[in-house]
Design a protein around this ligand. Structure first.
Ligand code: CDV
Length: 308
């Protein structure tokens, strides 16, 4: 038996600071149409797919800052994307900056079913970077100034299986996949913006691609789930960012991978039943997990070293 979902990763190249929302949505529409033409039932767009990655700047003017956020979804600029997806019968995940009606700001991703139903709005849990400007950096990473952490990792029944969203830095944390794995997740969709230069330790720069695959492939394998990682890559406002979007099977193998750093659609047939190869054997959680041995995972945050 198979439970096939044809999934497209719609990688994007850079979005300039000056680019209008309408022009960006036109690019999303082109990617959406290509994904649909290639048989996809679900297309995953990157993190913050409507704007440039604005946390690289200190923005003190509230009006200028608010310009980067969506206060409704769909809003006037994004409605054409929702309409076209419904017409084509294709679902999608879209990353964007969310400003809620009660003033909260999240790095968010909305997931929309093929019939136009909103499945979920995920709010990024692991918010990286810093709160205050750090002048020694060649560019800022002020996500912690502009976003608060979201409340949870939740899996949902949609697209004929159990699916979930995560965003960028979440993919580096085993907790992300395990909390979703404990909800039986079969497909984790992750948009990202990853500058290749990591200012706190530039020695990691040449490993950006290796680490990207390492964390998503291990998350897939250790939880018996498909993982789709989708970049906004290329050089955006002078900052080279990792592309290398990929679709990873529950075995940890990459089944599709982007070849460029620009707008590009990759597609894979994801049989959700393949998840059971791992979920019912080596990673049969109900049989083999020993959570009473793992209490430190939720009882403490930082490391507590053994006594000297
Ligand atoms: N957008 C991100 O979350 N970026 C982080 C960087 C700052 C390390 C990432 O994990 O790719």
């Amino acid at each position: 038996m198979t439970r096939d979902v044809v999934v497209a990763a719609a990688q994007m190249g850079p979005i300039a600071k000056a680019d209008e929302r309408g022009a960006v949505v036109d690019r999303l529409l082109a990617l959406l149409r290509e994904a649909a033409a290639r048989g996809a039932g679900l297309v995953v767009f990157p993190e913050l797919a409507l704007t440039t990655f604005f946390p690289r700047w200190v923005i003190d003017d509230p009006e200028e800052l608010d310009h980067y956020y969506e206060s409704e979804m769909p809003g006037p600029d994004t409605k054409p994307l929702f309409d076209e997806a419904l017409r084509l019968g294709i679902g999608f995940q879209l990353g964007y900056a969310e400003l809620t009606s009660d003033g909260h700001r999240y790095n968010a991703a909305i997931l929309v079913e093929r019939d136009g139903r909103i499945v979920s709005t995920y709010r990024k849990v692991h918010v990286p970077g810093h709160e205050e400007p750090e002048d020694w950096r060649p560019f800022q990473h002020l996500e912690r100034r502009y976003f608060e952490p979201g409340p949870e990792f939740a899996a949902h029944r949609a697209f004929g299986g159990i699916v979930a969203s995560a965003l960028c830095n979440d993919r580096r944390w085993p907790e992300t996949y395990r909390v979703l794995g404990l909800q039986g997740v079969e497909l984790v969709m992750i948009g990202y913006n990853t500058p290749i230069h990591y200012a706190p330790d530039p020695g990691q720069d040449h490993l950006a691609g290796f680490h990207n695959n390492l964390v998503m492939a291990s998350g897939a394998y250790q939880n018996g789930t498909w993982v789709v990682g989708v970049a906004k890559g290329g050089e955006e406002e002078g900052v080279p960012s990792l592309a290398e979007s990929q679709i990873i099977a529950p075995s940890g193998e990459v089944v599709a991978r982007a070849l460029t750093e620009g707008d590009e659609v990759i597609v894979a047939v994801c049989d959700l039943d393949r998840c059971n190869d791992y979920k019912t054997t080596v990673f049969d959680f109900a049989r083999y997990r020993l959570p009473d041995r793992y209490h430190r995972i939720t009882d403490q945050i930082g490391a507590e070293l053994p006594p000297p």
